[in-house]
Design a protein around this ligand. Structure first.
Ligand code: C2E
Ligand code: CA
Ligand code: CA
Length: 537
């Protein structure tokens, strides 16, 4: 007969339950969903009353907690786990690490850590085969207390797992202060819509924990879809009914025999210079730097299947390229939002280069945005991208962005005006060119380019033209003198020079353009064929 026992009945039969193994332990494997291998197991407490049948942890554990008995029950479970590991070691069975649950009430008990150490030593189990699961709620009793317990556990060599992460209580705040080694995310807290908002929450938690460089185990995974989804966002460790319900010790030993094992690996190798933990802390120096000193910057993931997602941006990113968007509009979108196919291709090619080179790569892309308030807008963005992390199916990128629309447009205008000028000369039957005084660059018209074989930009003018033989050698010094006079600010200068290979006389004339302070900027040169008689004038 199954019957739910009252609190009094539970308390009255507790001692007997411990003594007679009515309280016992079952084991649930933790599996790497990518390889199918076992990475560990969790020990879970069970209570089967000889008369009333199975009692549920959700009911009897709170009773034990409220009556200061959980401590004894947890130590009992721990001892069973140590016994099992010793048995495995004795029988050469290659154990996997087994986790045990530490109630938050255990931490109020000062000698809890001493007691488990006593038991561990008694069975001589290497600490690497034992893991502690704590819950976020352990922090309720005060950070100091839990931190001192964690310190001691770490000193002794225990790996600590954060159980039920995301269930409560300002998870990320707790996480950044608690030095845990593995995070367990319970799918049941987010059941139903892993494609929708729940999925976004899970994936951002997984992303953030990757930044903390902490492996994640997904718990309560019941379907292959959930497991595949978790794997796709970089969380490949799974505990749940999909692989196995909690099973008896014998069944567990059987499973241990037939399944390969492997250790839990780190979530991602990050570049060592960046302190990932501090990166998410709004008050850290890293965040300050991210927000203030690096210009527009973004962090995004790029999946090996081609999908991408912006995880983090700083304020300057919005200023540079956000146009009229807000942070909320941008987070979660892909970094090529607003790109057309060609620009998207350019961007992705740059990412691929950065993956191959492990170095910074840059590209310039145009993005187009429309909003009701501001209408259409097109901007050109220069991106400097660098791959900063990699998992099995995902890369993490750091990108700095610069809005270079103004420079681009200036260049375009310049290009257009040059085109106009070059076409005009063609029409007017003159040779024309522009001489830039400070850079000594000369830009010839189409006719010059065609008839004199000049490139669109002639550097180190007039020496290059003299060398090329466009002027007769005896006029070279005179011509150099003209240039000097132009440099010094002469308004116009002109004369007859026999030009080109045929030494045909040309009327060459310069007009100088000045800036508002009277400094000479450019000189516009022209050459027209000397008509009969002009030479003698
Ligand atoms: P928990 O530590 O989060 O343990 C995982 C619970 O999820 C277990 O419930 C397990 O049977 C259940 N579970 C695992 N995979 C799935 C799944 O795919 N679907 C569903 N629906 N459930 C799944 P259980 O054994 O009933 O334990 C409940 C809670 O009782 C545990 O939650 C833990 O907080 C507590 N508990 C269990 N054993 C101990 C113990 O030895 N000491 C302490 N202090 N607490 C324990
Ligand atoms: Ca647990
Ligand atoms: Ca859990």
């Amino acid at each position: 007969m199954e019957k739910r026992m009252s609190e009094k009945e539970l308390l009255d039969s507790f001692e007997e339950a411990l003594a007679d193994n009515h309280i016992y332990v079952v084991y649930q494997p933790k599996i790497n969903h990518a390889s199918g291998r076992m990475v560990g197991a969790e020990a879970l407490m069970r209570w089967r009353h000889p008369e009333y049948g199975t009692q549920y942890p959700s009911e009897f554990i709170p009773v034990l907690e409220n009556n200061n008995l959980i401590y004894r029950a947890d130590l009992y479970v721990f001892e069973q786990v140590c016994k099992l590991q010793r048995k495995c070691l004795n029988e050469d069975r290659h154990p996997v690490p087994i986790s045990f649950n530490m109630s938050r009430y255990d931490i109020y008990n000062n000698n809890y850590v001493d007691e488990i150490e006593k038991i561990r030593t008694k069975y001589d189990v290497p600490v690497k085969y034992l893991r502690v699961e704590i819950t976020e709620s352990s922090a309720i009793g005060g950070m100091e207390l839990i931190l001192s317990v964690l310190d001691r556990l770490h000193e002794l060599g225990y790996t600590v797992e954060m159980d039920d992460f995301g269930s409560g209580y300002s998870s990320l705040n707790v996480l950044k202060d608690l030095p845990v080694d593995i995070i367990k995310l319970d799918m049941r807290f987010l059941s139903g819509d892993i494609g929708g908002r729940g999925g976004t929450i899970i994936s951002s938690i997984v992303q953030m924990t990757k930044w903390l460089n902490t492996p994640v185990i997904a718990e309560g995974v019941e379907t292959i879809e959930q497991a595949d989804y978790m794997k796709s966002i970089g969380c490949k460790y799974i505990q749940g009914y999909l692989y196995s319900k909690p099973i008896s010790q014998e069944d567990f030993l059987e499973k241990l025999k037939e399944t390969d094992h492997e250790p839990v690996g780190p979530a991602m190798d990050l570049i060592s210079t960046m302190n990932a933990g501090k990166f998410w802390d709004p008050e850290s120096l890293e965040t300050l730097i991210f927000n203030n000193y690096v210009g527009g910057a973004a962090i995004f993931t790029y999946n090996k299947d081609g999908k991408a997602e912006i995880l983090r941006i700083n304020e300057k990113y919005i200023k540079e390229v956000g146009m009229n968007q807000t942070e909320a509009d941008i987070l979660g979108t892909d970094p090529w939002m607003c790109y057309d196919e060609d620009n998207k291709k350019i961007f992705i090619k740059t990412l691929e280069r950065a993956i191959a080179s492990h170095d910074e790569e840059t590209c310039e892309t145009w993005r187009h945005l429309y909003s009701d308030c501001c209408g259409d807008d097109t901007i050109c963005v220069k991106s400097f991208v660098r791959m900063i992390g990699e998992t099995e199916d995902q890369y993490i990128f750091y990108a700095m962005v610069q809005n270079i629309t103004k420079e681009k447009n200036m260049y375009r205008e310049l290009y257009d005006s040059e085109r106009r000028f070059r076409f005009a000369s063609e029409q007017a039957n003159v040779y024309a060119w522009e001489y830039d005084i400070s850079s000594k660059e000369m830009r010839p018209c189409f006719r010059c380019m065609r008839d004199l074989g000049l490139p669109p930009l002639v550097k180190n003018y007039p020496e290059t033209a003299i060398e090329a033989g466009i002027f007769p050698p005896e006029t070279a010094d005179m011509y150099r003198d003209w240039m000097k006079k132009i440099d010094e600010g002469i308004g116009t200068i002109e004369g007859i020079i026999p030009l080109t290979v045929g030494r045909v006389p040309f009327h060459v004339r310069y007009t100088t353009e000045f800036d508002e302070n009277g400094k000479p900027l450019k000189a516009f040169g022209s050459a027209t064929l000397v008509v009969d008689g002009e030479g003698e004038k």
